[in-house]
Write a protein that binds this ligand. Structure first.
Ligand code: DAH
Length: 357
């Protein structure tokens, strides 16, 4: 019996997998196992021998069973340990975003602007990027000899030899959409017109193609006070601040009378711009009361209707809001830049959820 104990305890101790452990169990305590066979021999013994051998054999069987059980759970524990080690995962690590593409800051800002003005009752109107003289200039009270035409560095389209009509232009501003909208829909109206505009100019703050949005509000009882309130609401919502001073500086645009350029209050701390604090000013838009001639040119009676208009550089306010130093990078299509400054396509700007979050 001592030999049997010694043999099986050693074998059990040395097994390293469940299958051979099971084989050992069958070999020792299975129906035809060595210890089971020994127990059958008890029948042939004298009662005295049986009294000694019976309990001893039972104890041996119990001991072997216990060793088998302990080894089995040790093997299971070891297997689990190994699995845990190989399938280890740190759930506190941030997920790796798998973005296929991103929303360009210009598109993002256009969406933000549309969300803000929709909340003020404005809808979005669009016009073509190729305009004729009349819509881009004359209808806006910019006659042929007017210096504003020369100042705008206009791109003129080619005309066939012998065709004396004035050439088409790439629109130099979004203001022509005002005329087209009033012509088509009359008064009253409240619109913004975002889109691309073109001027022959190129440096750190100018590109030949850039973006503006025009605002237009025509009704029967509109004054500069309405303009001021709307612009204040816009600036606060856009820059996501509770308070900001606006400065209206008298200016001149052919299509508005009176005209004002609008600056926003800001501070520059170590090159970081903060809107709504400090005592610096940044010009962000041109505005005014729509000139009676412009209303007339659009088929609207200026004695009955009046309103305000404004024009904002989208690229400029995008640079200010998102800290983008060079305008030209907007249009380089550099993937690294786009990944850095781009927005998730699922975060649609809205006033309730936060414009840029
Ligand atoms: N069209 C002007 C520009 O491109 C911007 C502008 C100024 C638009 C005043 C307006 C306005 O509607 O009232 O420089």
């Amino acid at each position: 019996m001592d030999d049997l104990r010694e043999k099986y305890l050693t074998l059990i101790k040395d097994t390293s997998d469940e299958a051979s452990l099971e084989e050992l169990r069958v070999q020792a305590v299975g129906k035809k196992g060595e210890i089971s066979l020994k127990m059958r021999e008890l029948g042939k013994m004298t009662p005295e021998e049986r009294q000694v051998a019976g309990p001893a054999l039972n104890a041996l069987k119990d001991e072997i069973n216990a060793a088998l059980g302990a080894k089995k759970s040790a093997l299971l524990d070891a297997a689990l340990e190994q699995r845990l080690a190989s399938e280890w995962l740190d759930v506190t690590l941030p997920v790796r975003p798998q973005r296929q593409g991103s929303i360009h800051p210009i598109s993002q800002v256009m969406e933000e602007v549309a969300a803000i003005f929709a909340n003020l009752g404005f809808s979005v109107a669009e016009g073509g990027q190729i305009e004729n003289d009349w819509y881009n200039f004359d209808a806006l009270n910019i006659p042929g000899h007017h210096p504003a035409r020369a100042e705008m560095d206009t791109f003129y389209m080619h005309r066939a030899e012998g065709d004396d009509r004035p050439p088409h232009v790439l629109r130099t501003h979004t203001s022509p959409v005002q005329i087209r909208h009033m012509e088509a829909h009359g008064a009253p109206c409240r619109i913004i017109c975002p889109g691309r505009v073109y001027r022959a100019d190129y440096d750190q703050t100018h590109t030949p193609m850039f973006h503006q949005f025009e605002g237009l509000c025509i009704d029967k009882d509109i004054s500069m006070a309405n303009l001021k309130w709307v612009l204040e609401e816009f600036v606060k919502a856009f820059f996501e601040v509770d308070h900001v001073e606006l400065r209206f500086r008298a200016s001149h645009f052919p299509f508005t009378e009176p005209s004002a350029e609008v600056d926003i209050q800001c501070s520059w701390d170590n090159g970081v711009l903060k809107v709504g604090e400090g005592d610096d000013w940044l010009e962000i838009l041109g505005s005014g009361m729509v000139h009676p001639k412009v209303l007339e040119n659009s088929g609207i009676d200026p004695k009955e209707w009046q309103g305000f208009a404004f024009g904002v550089g989208i690229d400029r306010i995008a640079m200010l809001k998102y800290g983008i130093p060079d305008l030209r990078a907007f249009f380089d299509s550099d993937l690294r830049w786009l990944r850095h400054y781009g927005f998730s396509s699922l975060d649609v700007p809205g006033l309730h959820g936060g414009l840029s979050k």
